[in-house]
Design a binder for this molecule. Structure first.
Ligand code: ASP
Length: 342
């Protein structure tokens, strides 16, 4: 077999940070210095890899939608030259980036593995080394996973199903509504039932559509929310809102002004997507009268999508097309494995 090669898009994050004045900072070239000094990163079983360091390196809490588009464009520009891709990224907004990449990159036939760590590689005790080495092996694996994934702490998750669930532990990510695509123990065990078929290169070409000026937002309902707060949120230029509701998709319905505000925005063409605040389970708009009332006001179901997937999917679809009805219809389809239809 010819040597396989992996492109590393190094965007920043804890994995390559250095402690200065008692807190972690992204520092250019610092990660590469650690890797050169560590014999494991020279191991002959690793694929050949090229590191492209972004300028500036970011703490991912500073990332915005144009950064997602930059990463996707970078992968597209290098797509033909590599067998797989690793995106090194901070954990704070990693689930948003993994979801956004999944929507922007259509027709992937190669793996894109997003990873990072909770402790930098420079520290004696860290999760960076294992996350990076296994991601490189997954990106180069001949049993290709042709989609955007998130690898962390022994589990390969579908990118558009991932959420950050732990601020402190090494088990920082989960995909609450879908089992992992693979688990990494002594053996690398793929869940073949969930893996997508690798499209034939001649039959599938990678399509990239950048997310531009999305004007989307999300709002987590809370007891006592006023129509005034919702009204302010729904003002132009907002074009799409992920409304994080209770349980199976419920919201307060005793305040007519709240419902009128929603209905007025939906009639103006704002796409309102109902996602549950619960970590697991799905929206079922007609299970309770309260959910049905929201649907009558014009909110559509986000089914079991994560809020991260719903927000980035909205941003992507609104970048593709201005037609709110088309966006509503696409939001309720399973495009990349992000939702389960009943
Ligand atoms: N604040 C860091 C970031 O998201 C956290 C991390 O990487 O774990 O870049």
């Amino acid at each position: 077999m010819t040597e396989r090669s992996v492109y590393i898009a190094y965007t920043g994050g804890t994995i390559g940070m250095k402690q200065l004045d008692g807190s972690y900072h992204p520092v250019a070239d610092y990660l590469q210095t650690q890797m050169v000094a560590n014999p494991l990163f020279q191991h002959p079983d690793l694929p050949h890899y090229t590191i492209h360091q972004y300028q500036p390196l970011l703490d991912s809490s500073d990332m915005a939608p144009h950064d997602w588009s930059t990463i996707a464009a970078d992968i597209c520009a290098n797509y033909g030259a590599y067998d797989g891709f690793v995106v090194l990224h901070g954990t704070d907004t990693m689930a948003y980036t993994a979801s956004a990449l999944a929507f922007m990159l259509e027709g992937l036939s190669k793996p894109v593995i997003v990873t990072g760590s909770q402790i930098p590689l420079c520290e004696l005790r860290n999760d960076a080394q294992e996350n990076l080495i296994t991601s490189l092996l997954l990106a180069a694996n001949s049993l290709t996973v042709p989609e955007v994934c998130l690898y962390f702490n022994g589990r390969l998750l579908r990118g558009c199903r991932s959420v950050k669930v732990n601020a402190d532990g090494f088990d920082a990510f989960d995909s609450p509504n879908e089992t992992p695509l693979a688990t990494v123990g002594i053996e690398l065990l793929f869940n073949k039932r969930l893996l997508k078929d690798v499209p034939h290169p001649q039959q599938s070409e990678l399509k990239f559509k950048a997310i531009v000026q999305p004007h989307v937002g999300s709002l987590r309902l809370f007891p006592g929310i006023s129509a005034h707060v919702l009204h302010n949120m729904l003002q132009p230029p907002l074009r799409g809102l992920v409304l994080e509701t209770y349980g199976a998709g419920n919201a307060p319905t005793h305040d007519p002004a709240l419902l009128a505000t929603l209905a007025e925005a939906a009639a103006r063409g704002v796409v309102i997507v109902n996602c549950t605040q619960c970590l697991r389970g799905t929206v079922n708009l007609y299970k309770y009268a309260n959910g049905a009332t929201l649907a009558q006001a014009g909110a559509i179901s986000g089914y079991d999508m994560t809020a991260e997937a719903a927000l980035t999917k909205l941003a992507y679809l609104l970048s593709v097309c201005d037609d709110a009805d088309w966006v509503r219809q696409q939001m309720q389809q399973n495009l990349r494995g992000e939702l389960t239809l009943p």
